[in-house]
Design a protein around this ligand. Structure first.
Ligand code: OGA
Ligand code: NI
Length: 364
């Protein structure tokens, strides 16, 4: 048996074979956004999105307008970066002051993930709370970290036969702009699906904390024991994820918790609801648990864009969506504080479970 560092070992009930039914025919909806060009079809698209948000908290979109060549350029440049020796990569390593750049020690629910990541803020610079202390109103300005490739390092791109000698920052910035544009379009459709005005959520993003991440999941000697990302819900509003053809992402079905694979669809984006959307809609829309299974032979890439509100937004159920019959199920919380508290566990294994959205549930 291959050895696996114990920090990666999942509890038996969370391993990749737990509660997983590989051959079920049901799968999350794939929605073609080019249908929005047909005025007669728009309402159908909106209700399909609403149904998917309620039933799964997940759907995929195709013909979404984010150019796939930009995504490929991002993947290409980050592959070059990930292949550098560790002493180069740690020059742009994430730290507790500036939580962006390179990282290979992330823990989800206190177990280490089998992956390495590179994070890029959408807004550069960006404003975040300077501490987790609720009484501390201090803010910090944080900047993206861009790798410098060493001058003797040349990566020959196999397809175009060109030498890449600098990190393709421009591709990353362009990808972030395109993904954010689509995120807002989806947010408008989600708003309409709730019977709310199209721009109902817009004010929450004046100083948005959105970022995107490139995940590399290397082949793993013990995929039966480790996970690429352990089971979790995203903390954000919505996530837009590009994945390559390898597969490994799984979602837990709302009705019974059974795990389903999310089939890679060429050039599609996987969309999922985060905690903020679940709280705003008072649990009408579902922020599903998901996880990433790894394998022994193929590395996998994925690029999630996390749409996040401004640090000072108080996240609580929307007044329009609560009533005496449907009272608020969550206490409000300050987005920025929640996020920085949650991030603490990214650096080390904590003695206690990190902050989770259920900590804000109203006890009835
Ligand atoms: C995440 C995540 C899924 C994937 O980064 O939050 O769920 O397929 N990633 O990489
Ligand atoms: Ni996730």
């Amino acid at each position: 048996m291959e050895y696996l560092d114990p920090t990666f070992i999942q509890a038996p009930e969370h391993r990749s074979d737990s509660n997983f039914i590989p051959y079920q025919p049901e799968e999350i909806p794939v929605i073609d956004l080019s249908r929005l060009d047909d005025p007669e079809d728009i309402q159908n698209v909106i209700s399909e999105i609403g149904d998917a948000c309620e039933k799964w908290g997940f759907f995929q979109v195709i013909n979404h307008g984010v150019p796939c060549d930009t995504r490929k350029r991002v993947e290409e440049t980050v592959k070059t970066f990930f292949d550098l020796p560790m002493e180069e990569k740690i020059k742009v390593k994430r730290d507790e002051v500036n939580p962006v750049g390179y990282h290979d020690g992330e823990h989800t629910k206190n177990v280490r993930d089998w992956k390495e990541v590179f994070d890029v803020y959408f807004k550069d610079p960006m404003v975040i709370p300077s501490s987790t202390d609720p009484d501390d109103e201090g803010l910090r300005v944080v900047y993206n970290k861009w790798p410098q490739f060493p001058s003797d390092f040349r990566h020959v791109n196999a397809i175009f036969q060109i030498c890449i000698s600098a990190y393709d920052r421009e591709a990353c910035e362009e990808y972030a702009r395109q993904a954010e544009k689509l995120a807002f379009k989806l947010l408008e459709l989600i708003s309409l699906s709730l019977g709310l005005p199209k721009e109902r959520f817009h004010d929450y993003f004046k100083e948005q904390m959105s970022f995107f991440r490139i995940n590399r999941y290397p082949p793993c000697p013990r995929p039966d024991l480790a996970l690429g990302v352990g089971h979790h819900k995203d903390a954000d509003v919505i996530s837009l994820l590009a994945q390559d053809e390898v597969g490994g992402l799984q979602v837990s079905r709302r009705s019974d918790g059974v795990w389903f694979p999310i089939r890679p669809v060429p050039d599609a984006l996987v969309i999922n609801m985060g905690n903020c959307m679940e709280v705003w809609t008072n649990d009408k829309y579902w922020s599903a648990e998901h996880r990433v299974v790894v394998n022994t032979t193929r590395e996998r890439y994925s690029i999630p864009f996390f749409l996040m509100p401004s640090h000072d937004v108080e996240v609580k159920p929307l007044e329009e969506l609560v009533s005496p019959e449907n009272p608020p199920r969550y206490k409000g919380y300050k987005w920025g504080k929640f996020y920085v508290s949650r991030n603490r566990s990214d650096f080390k294994k904590l003695e206690i479970q990190n902050i989770q959205i259920d900590d804000f549930k109203v006890v009835t």
